[in-house]
Design a protein around this ligand. Structure first.
Ligand code: C2O
Ligand code: CU
Ligand code: CU
Length: 516
């Protein structure tokens, strides 16, 4: 039986013993100290010189008529590594996809047409979205003329899988009844999210509102979304990924040791390798997104500079928080203001990742090009965010993220269970708040669909400075206990929570919950 499930088991099996010990995942000693959250896949082509490619800013999506958009998921050749074409799978054939720039409460319908050789499911990360538009992993769009049959024996860990198939295209409805925030959309197909996002299926959706607009924060050209992710490349320029699926294979033969998660040795910002941006000597609002499959970043500015955080995953903080470094797990967003007027014209300010090694230590560079007028400011009061109140919780639930079943049958699980669609681990009531405690055996960035939350405590102590504000994704480190207060608002129905390390997610580290 050469089904995907068997290959997947082989994939896990390879890691049952020595592989894990070597990478530090097997023993608690390694886990407690390690900051790394995946295994680096190295590129087969010569890497470009950093800070030579200008930073691209993704195009803004244009409606076909008010409130209605259409995007086509298709393959396209783009130039990521200078002089070498790379085939991406992108929304409108671009990577990142177009940025949707939308207003709070403006109901938006996005028709997604799939022209790719694989099924897709599009999820708006951070969206308060009705369940049937949330991008459930078995709710698939299949290109016209392409059949869909799960391989025999595949998906054994979620049988019978309740597939819903849309031929050619489908509409996703986004009411956007939520605060201004930096959201992003990406593929969410069952078992294949990691390789499909790796190939380019991700983009920004910005929600704006009057409260955020009224603040004197940097605007226009000085308000820039930055999608940070890592990739590796084959010699011919194609993306390198250790996929076990023949239809997704970039090149065979590199499929072991990646159960922890796949990291690349090339850091991309908005799809460009280690780009450079000429900036005014002024304040900029940078909307940082870690869109990597598995890589964590600890961002810093050299030779110096601070990040003044004004927003988190789910919009404005109550007050700004200054950071020398920002640690970002996959899926997290940090909305920061950086003031380049502190540097002389001609200065070069490099954004680095102090958790990275070799070429992956650099992220991008800002070149202070000119003096300029700057009317912006960061007010001491940004928004009303009530501090979390533990007594508001009507229930407490514990979710343990852990690898189970060493060897052949292993997978990443939540509370000991590999994902089964339709099996809810929790039934919170609409309009209530619950205390959700997350813990686990490795780096597991925990993401909850629909519901936003505030971090109450880490290991019984106060939350970290970077935990401030409303979030939808939280960095849970090995053996850490993170308490969050989750607010269930918006819609009743079936949603999910999962680890946002996309390889863990594909290896079953997901769970449904149902808002009742
Ligand atoms: Cu960004 Cu369910 O994912
Ligand atoms: Cu999400
Ligand atoms: Cu995980």
């Amino acid at each position: 039986m050469i089904s995907r499930a068997v290959s997947r088991r082989g994939f896990l099996g390879l890691l049952g013993g020595a592989g894990l010990a070597v990478t530090g995942c097997g023993g608690p000693g390694g886990l407690l100290t390690a900051e790394t959250s995946g295994e680096v896949l190295t590129s087969a082509l010569p890497l470009p010189r950093p800070f030579t490619v200008p930073l691209p800013v993704p195009a803004t999506a244009r409606p076909v008529r008010p409130g209605h958009y259409e995007v086509v998921q298709r393959a396209a050749k783009v130039e990521i590594i200078p002089g070498t074409p790379t085939e991406v799978w992108g929304y409108d054939g671009t990577f990142p996809g177009p940025t949707f720039d939308l207003r709070r409460g403006s109901r938006t319908v996005v028709r997604v047409r799939n022209e790719l050789p694989v099924p897709t499911s599009t999820h708006l990360h951070g969206g308060v979205t009705p369940p049937d538009s949330d991008g459930y992993p078995t709710d698939l769009v299949v290109a016209r003329g392409r059949g869909f049959r799960p391989a025999p024996g595949a998906h054994a860990h979620h049988d019978p899988a309740p597939w819903t198939l849309h031929a050619g295209a489908r509409d996703y409805v986004y009411p956007l009844e939520q605060r201004a925030a930096t959201l992003w959309y990406h593929d969410h197909r069952m078992d294949f999210t990691a390789p499909q996002v790796w190939r380019g299926l991700a983009g920004f959706l910005l929600v704006r509102d009057d409260e955020d607009d009224a603040l004197p924060l940097p605007k226009g050209e000085r308000d820039i979304p930055l999608m940070i992710c890592d990739r590796a490349f084959e010699e011919d320029g194609s993306f390198r990924y250790p996929s076990v699926d023949p239809s997704l294979l970039v090149k065979p033969g590199v499929e072991d040791a990646y159960m922890e998660g796949v990291e690349g040795d090339v850091i991309l910002v908005n799809g460009a390798p280690w780009p450079v941006l000429d900036v005014d000597a002024a304040r900029y609002r940078l909307r940082l997104l870690n869109a990597s499959n598995a890589r964590r970043y600890r961002l810093a500015l050299t030779p110096g500079g601070r990040f003044v955080q004004v927003g988190s995953d789910q919009g404005l903080l109550a007050a700004p928080v200054a950071h020398d470094t920002i640690t970002m797990a996959p899926g997290e967003r940090f909305d920061v203001v950086v003031d380049f007027s502190a540097h002389p014209v001609g200065a070069e300010v490099t954004l680095v990742n102090t958790l990275g090694t070799g070429p992956a230590r650099d992220v991008m560079r800002f070149r202070v090009a000119r003096r300029a007028r700057d009317d912006s400011a960061v007010p001491q009061r940004l928004s009303r965010v009530e501090p979390p109140d533990r007594s508001a919780a009507v229930a407490t639930r514990v979710f343990d993220f852990r690898r189970t079943g060493q060897g052949g049958g292993g997978s990443w699980t939540i509370n000991g269970r590999p994902y089964r669609p339709g099996d809810s681990l929790a039934r919170p009531r609409l309009g209530t708040t619950e205390l959700w405690r997350f813990t686990g055996d490795f780096h597991h960035p925990v993401h909850v669909h629909l519901a936003r939350f505030q971090v109450l405590a880490r290991n019984g102590g106060p939350p970290a400075p970077a935990d401030a504000g409303w979030k939808d994704t939280v960095d849970v480190r090995p053996y850490e206990v993170v308490d969050t207060l989750v607010r269930f608002e918006g819609y009743r129905g079936r949603y999910m929570m999962h680890c946002h390390n996309l390889e863990h997610e594909d290896m079953a580290m997901m769970a449904d919950f149902e808002v009742v």
